[in-house]
Structure formats: C-alpha cells, structure tokens
Design a protein around this ligand. Structure first.
Ligand code: PMP
Length: 402
C-alpha cells in the first residue's frame, strides 16, 4: 500500500486553472484575462528596457554566485525600503526599519505571518478585506494566525463599502492585525481615497490595531511610485508601527525572478537589531537565504539615477496603457454597443484588475462561446486587453449579458 493512498485530490488553483483552460483552447480569438501579469499592446509578456539594461550591468560585472546573507542583498533591501517609505521617512533616517529580502510578495507575506505568529504580543487575529487576493487566507492560516474578514466591497455600487469597513474595524478586538492593500486592491480594483485612508488610520489608532500593508503594485495604480505609497507613508507619518510586504513582480516585470522585501518599523536601532535577529531565525529554517539574480537586477535600477528614471517612465507607461484600455472598454460598452447595465466602475477602478460585475454564469458562457477566460468572480486583468482584442471582448460581454 502506498503511503499516500489516503491523500485526497485537492481543488485546482482558481486562478492558475483559468490559464490551463486557456492553453487548451485552440481558437485564435481566445483571450486570457485570468492571471495578473502585464501584457504589451500585442498581448505579449513585456521585459522592461530598464530591466534589460540593469541585467546587462549585472552580468558585465561578472559577479560570483556565493550565498547571500539570510536577509538577502543588503543594498537592495535598503533601496526597497527607501522606495516604499520615502527617502525622508523618519524611521528610515533613524535606522529603525528592519528589512529582509523575500521570495517576492508571497514570501514577504509569509515571513510576516510567521514573525507575527511568533512575536506579536497580542491576539494573533488578522483581518482581511472581503474579498482579498485568494492566497492571503492560506498564507496567514498556514503561518498560524486566525483569519477573519472585514467588509470591503459593495455589490450594489460596485464600489468601496466604506461604512461596512469602518464598522467592522471598530468591532474588531483591540490590537488585532489588519491587512491593508496599499494600492490597486486585488481583486476589486477599488482603493480608498486619501481622505478615507486618513479615517482608516484614525480607527486603526483608536482600536490599537496593527497595520500590515501588502504593496504588490507600487506604481501600477496611478503610474506614480510616490502617489501609490500614500497610504503606507501616511500611516508611518501618523506614528503607526507597520509591517510591509513588497513585490517587484509587477512594477519591474520580474515575476519569475521572485524579488520582494518584508519590513517592520521599530522603535529605534537597538530594537531593530533584535527584530533583525529574529527575522533571521524565522527565515533560516524556511529557505536559508534568498536568490541572487533578481535582487541584483532590481538593485541596479534602484541604485542608478538614470536607470531609475527610465524605469519610472516605463512603470507609468504600463499604468497608462491599462488606464487607456479602461476608457476604451467603457466607451465601447456604453456608447457603441449600449450594453445593458452601468459600467462606470470599469473607468473608476484602479490597477491591474477590474471587478466587472459579471456573474459566474456569464464567465462560463464567455469561456464556452467566446473563448474569453477570466476568474469566476468576474475579475478581469485589464493588462490582457489590447487594441487587437478589445472589440471581441466587448461584443462577447455584450452578448453574454443581453
Ligand atoms: N499580494 C497581492 C495582492 C497580489 O495580487 C500578489 C500577486 N498576484 C501578491 C501579493 C504576490 O505576488 P508575488 O509573490 O508574485 O510577488
């Protein structure tokens, strides 16, 4: 008898399963709007020019392949923290931010979950927005935290349920942990306004909640690195201690290189040193130390003024192309096709995704009849649309809802 004869088959991953179905479809009109990876105007994966140049700089310097320290490439993590918190951030200039390299954003969240499960001195309950990125629940549950939800999405308005959000955070036990998407909320594409962030900060303060920011899309929301860091920087300026997961998958297009960082703001350099030592103890038994290559590429961009400028322009280019697809889709649906329903949210939502309001039944018809693939919740990756396929997408949606 095999040791694994009683292992039950698990369900397929809801997002990666969409890509499988897409691959199996042989129709030339097929469109994959499932996975959140940027595509250029020809629907092709896009390697940033700044990344290509940075990679050339790295390889031409003939670097060795020795192990990195447990917390990774020190110059990269310093620059990653500067990117998120801002060069003039008080804890940064005081040397009070503990930061480690991570296996992209997922790894940062997992290190954070494990660190909080071990060292957070209060109730180990984390509140996630409903809905949230599908991997958040398993990441924090497997880290040993109790996962609960706070209201985020209002189905009626296809907008933020701000009253529900505030009521749920006010009702949470004091000192609970609250996960906040720093910008470009996945899957809804709906972010709080700056004024709403200020109110959230006040509630977090009043209830002594611990804010854990997930920033997987810095630059992708508005096209500006600093605008997209507003929430994180505001919370830190307001005196909150924060945890922060950063990913360079989307904004540098380094998906498979797995480049990220996890950081905690601490009281002072002495406390930071103690926190650093415990981050190492969390990480060492997981994977010893992180991969080299992607961190070197990201650092070559962050550390070089000219490349940094070029990168910022490219990030804005990606964000702008997505925004132009939103405009175009909205115009075709409302003006050209007069598709039943209200589609204003397509334009007002932000970042890589749009929560279309399409039902699971619609998504099934779209896949079977129109070769258009998306997750069952009606979320589409706007980056999968381009001038070559947007008409087919819009007319397919039009027939699906009529
Ligand atoms: N957080 C959110 C909200 C995300 O959407 C993603 C990517 N889909 C991640 C974290 C992490 O992705 P990665 O591990 O590829 O950086």
């Amino acid at each position: 008898l095999s040791a694994w004869s009683a292992v039950p088959a698990g369900p397929p991953d809801p997002i990666l399963g969409v890509s499988e179905a897409f691959k199996a479809d042989k129709d030339p009109r097929k469109i994959n709007l499932g996975v959140g990876a940027y595509r250029d105007e020809h629907g092709k994966p896009y390697i940033l020019t700044s990344v290509k140049k940075a990679e050339e700089l790295v390889t031409s310097s003939n670097p060795d392949k020795e192990y990195l320290p447990i917390t990774g490439h020190a110059e990269f993590t310093k620059n990653a923290a500067k990117l998120a918190y801002g060069a003039d951030s008080i804890p940064l200039t005081q040397g009070a931010i503990a930061v480690t390299q991570s296996i992209s954003g997922t790894g940062a969240l997992r290190i954070g979950g494990a660190f909080l499960a071990r060292h957070y001195p209060n109730a180990k309950i984390i509140y996630l927005p409903t809905p949230s990125w599908g991997n958040h629940t398993p990441i924090f549950r497997d880290s040993g935290l109790e996962v609960r939800g706070y209201r985020y999405f209002n189905k009626e308005t296809v907008g933020l349920d701000f009253e529900g959000l505030k009521a749920d955070l006010l009702a949470a036990p004091e000192q609970s942990i609250v996960l906040l998407h720093a910008c470009a909320h996945n899957p809804t594409g709906i972010d709080p306004t700056d004024e709403q962030w200020k109110e959230i900060s006040n509630i977090v303060k009043e209830k002594k909640l611990f804010p854990f920011f997930d920033m997987a899309y810095q630059g992708f929301a508005t096209g500006s690195i600093s605008n997209d860091a507003f929430a994180v920087r505001h919370f830190v300026a307001e005196g909150h201690q924060v945890a922060l997961a950063q990913s360079f998958a989307k904004n540098m297009g380094l998906y498979g290189e797995r480049v990220g960082a996890f950081s905690l703001t601490t009281a002072d350099p002495e406390e930071k040193a103690r926190v650093d030592s415990q981050l190492k103890i969390v990480i060492r038994p997981m994977y010893s130390n992180p991969p080299l290559h992607g961190a070197r590429i990201a650092n070559a961009i962050l550390a070089n003024e000219a490349l940094y400028g070029e990168w910022e322009t490219e990030v804005k280019g990606m964000a702008d192309r997505i925004i132009s697809m939103r405009e175009k889709l909205y115009n075709i649906l409302t003006h050209d096709l007069k598709t039943p329903g209200e589609w204003g949210h397509i334009k007002s939502q932000i970042g890589m995704f749009s929560f279309t309001g399409l039902t699971p039944a619609h998504t099934q018809v779209l896949a079977e009849k129109a070769h258009v693939y998306m997750t069952r919740d009606g979320r589409i990756s706007m980056a999968g649309l381009n001038s070559g396929n947007i008409e087919h997408f819009a007319t397919s949606v039009d027939s699906a809802v009529k």
